[in-house]
Design a protein around this ligand. Structure first.
Ligand code: NAI
Ligand code: 15L
Length: 268
């Protein structure tokens, strides 16, 4: 597939930092954007999602946008409203004004966080399951998915919304044996989302090929995603150190886990 110029928002963040390393080998040329400085990238655009002119300039001439920027945990509604809701709207407006035809949107499992996690022998959670946000954060991801649908139906901008599980270098909890998305699989998924034909607005789950997976990966696989990692490789160590999911705990009951109780909060 042809190399594509891609605007990567949230480039200074945890996932952005990993994607900066892992996407260029697929042939994608990255333009980086973040409100914070991006270490080692003096050319990165430093801009806030509130700055519509800066977003428009950053989107000029790119083939696609990978939109990771935003508040990635729970926060006061006003902050979520400004950054994740209005900010994502500004980003799509910039895409529309500059003629960018494809967005990969970092949604989250917390858009459906209050969904019961499947028990052994039960089918995985399908992408069509109703939105059940577990936080204002999760609610902002529901909004982002609907915004993506609107911009497809009204403006012909295609989006793949990735309901990411837990993207970290290694799984570190019993829950993550089910929710882990390895960095390498994340890059595979983003690459597939950038290059698949005729995606319209497609929602997919983002996890590795975990033995204990909760989510149906068939929509992601239909885009060409072929995950190679499995959190099970870490199961023995994690279970020996921490034990299994505690029966009746949020991590045991709901796919959103702890976000359904006292959700971790955005620092600022
Ligand atoms: P992060 O919090 O490490 O990175 C987010 C980045 O967005 C930061 O570098 C931050 O400076 C930037 N940002 C925040 N507000 C901004 C604004 N107003 N203007 C411009 N940039 C702004 O989050 P992480 O873990 O890298 O996640 C990336 C995306 O993926 C987020 O949208 C998050 O909600 C989503 N996601 C991540 C998951 C994970 O496992 N890491 C799971 C599910 C979704
Ligand atoms: C998310 O949406 C968060 O951004 C990330 O920090 C993790 O908490 C992840 O979900 C998860 O559910 O593990």
């Amino acid at each position: 597939t042809a190399p594509r110029t891609v605007l990567l928002t949230g480039a200074a963040g945890a996932v952005g930092t990993m994607m900066r390393e892992l996407l260029p080998p697929y042939g994608h040329e990255l333009r980086l954007l973040d409100v914070n400085p991006v270490p080692g990238a003096p050319d990165a655009v430093r801009a806030d999602l509130a700055d519509r002119a800066a977003l428009r300039e950053a989107a000029r001439g790119v083939d696609a946008i990978v939109h990771l920027a935003g508040i990635s945990l729970e926060a006061d509604f006003e902050k979520i409203l400004a950054v994740n809701i209005a900010g994502t709207h500004h980003l799509y407006e910039a895409a529309r004004e500059e003629g960018v035809r494809r967005v990969v949107f970092a949604s989250s499992n917390h858009a459906v966080g209050f969904t019961r996690r499947p028990r052994e022998g039960e089918p995985p959670v399908p992408v069509g399951t109703p939105h059940r946000p577990d936080t204002f954060y999760g609610l902002s991801k529901c909004f982002g998915e609907d915004l993506a649908q609107l911009y497809w139906d009204r403006h012909g901008i295609e989006t793949v919304s990735l309901r990411i599980g837990s993207c970290t270098p290694e799984p570190t909890s019993a829950r993550m044996l089910s929710t882990w998305l390895s960095p390498a699989d994340c890059a595979r998924l983003v690459h597939a989302s950038l290059t698949a034909q005729d995606v319209a607005h497609t929602v997919v789950y983002g996890s590795s090929a975990n033995t204990r997976a909760w989510w149906d990966l068939s929509a992601a696989r239909a885009l060409g995603y072929a995950p190679e990692d499995d959190a099970e490789a870490y199961a023995e160590k994690i279970l020996a150190e921490q034990g299994p999911l505690v029966e009746g705990s949020p991590d045991d009951l709901y796919v959103g886990g702890q976000f359904c109780a006292d959700a971790p909060r955005w620092p600022h």
